[in-house]
Design a protein around this ligand. Structure first.
Ligand SMILES: *Cc1c(COP(=O)(O)O)cnc(C)c1O
Length: 363
């Protein structure tokens, strides 16, 4: 927090809209649509819920295959299973750490050759860097496959001058507590298709028919964002630019601090866009004087939290047997990567403390 969040929460209380409806919620959706450039936005309880709604409305159902990034967070891929679809993972490329368009083409063609329908493709914008939307769309569009962008981590990033997420049929954002802006928990589904968002809104509120009595012709969910939570989001939105600026400064600070250590490198920035540097991710060479896990434990001993890179989905016990196209790049990044403390509120002293521990381990 750092702006007028509490003022907006007080306004929500004063208006007595302590419900999943109210002026703060409508305003948050409107302002988020302005930020991203999407015509329509629906605020929901989380990014995972937004993905669930998005996939369902793109027509994904039992027996379909949903193709997703392997290097991502579980919330990106679990919604496909809620709908009875099967998953197929695709590796990332080294230049962007995001879904490799050539491997995506290989994956969808092999799935279709086996007689199965690809219900949707869900690329993740990893650690706040946009996937190569145009290249992914060039695979999906001619084959009639919907593209749902998981921009949960990339609020405030851009792709060819457009806001993150604008590159497919719809996009999903997250305001979970760990993301670059937060509502404590929450998410957004965004699209230019008014009917799509209208139907998502209906499904997010238990799919009530248009009748004064409680009548239902289909099964929905209780996924709506609370008006109080949206008020926090209203206070966060004006801070986004300064948070992105600070996260990028933190990234540059680490790069400079370790410039003399040849066994340390960082997640590259693709030339097609501007990452929000949600997290600064460091890579250690195989011959570095410490492993990422040793560095993590050394930081932990100083009460400093760092995290391994996402464990690839194709290595998860719960997805044993799920097919993957490629996978070696994601495995390598998982083995050699470490997410450094990157919070927008970090001070110069905090950064010095972190880098001193890292320097002590990696020389
Ligand atoms: C955080 C995250 C999600 C899930 O968002 P929630 O709001 O936590 O449900 C999905 N995908 C990715 C890539 C994420 O980082």
């Amino acid at each position: 927090m750092g702006g007028r969040e509490l003022d907006f929460v007080k306004e929500a209380f004063a208006s007595n809209f302590i419900a999943p409806v109210g002026p703060q919620l409508s305003r948050f959706e409107r302002e988020f649509a302005e930020l991203t450039g999407f015509a329509h936005c629906l605020a929901v309880s989380g990014g995972t819920a937004a993905l669930h709604l998005g996939l369902r409305l793109l027509g994904v159902g039992p027996g379909d295959v949903v193709v997703a990034s392997t290097l991502t967070f579980i919330g990106s891929v679990s919604p496909a299973t809620f709908l009875g679809a099967d998953l197929h993972f695709v590796d990332c490329d080294r230049a962007t750490w995001n879904m490799d368009p050539a491997l995506l083409a290989e994956a969808v063609d092999s799935i279709r050759a086996s007689g199965r329908r690809v219900g949707a493709v869900v690329p993740t914008d990893l650690y706040g860097q946009c996937a190569n939307y145009d290249a992914l769309r060039a695979v999906c569009e001619p084959r009639g496959i919907p593209l749902l962008i998981d921009a949960a981590e990339s609020v405030g990033a851009s792709y060819k001058g457009r806001h993150a997420g604008r590159g497919g049929d719809a996009a999903v954002y997250s305001f979970n507590g760990n993301k670059i802006i937060t509502t404590s928990g929450g998410g957004m589904l965004a699209s230019d298709d008014e009917a799509f968002i209208r139907e998502a809104r209906r499904l997010s509120q238990q799919a009530r028919d248009d009748a004064p009595h409680y009548q239902h012709s289909t099964i929905g969910y209780n996924y709506r964002m609370s008006n109080v939570v949206a008020a926090i989001g209203l206070g966060q939105l004006p801070l986004l630019d300064s948070f992105v600026k600070r996260r990028r400064e933190i990234f540059s600070w680490y790069v400079e601090a370790f410039a003399d250590i040849p066994t340390i490198s960082f997640m590259p920035e693709a030339d097609y866009g501007r990452a929000n540097r949600w997290l600064t991710v460091m890579l250690l060479d195989k011959n570095a004087s410490a492993t990422p896990e040793e560095v993590r434990l050394a930081l932990e001993a100083e009460n400093i939290e760092s995290r391994p890179v996402w464990k690839p989905m194709h290595l998860q016990p719960v997805f044993e047997g799920v097919p993957v196209t490629g996978g070696a790049v994601a495995e390598d990044l998982f083995n050699r990567g470490l997410c450094l403390p990157s919070g927008s509120g970090m001070s110069e002293d905090d950064l010095e403390r972190v880098s001193a521990v890292v320097r002590d381990m990696v020389r």
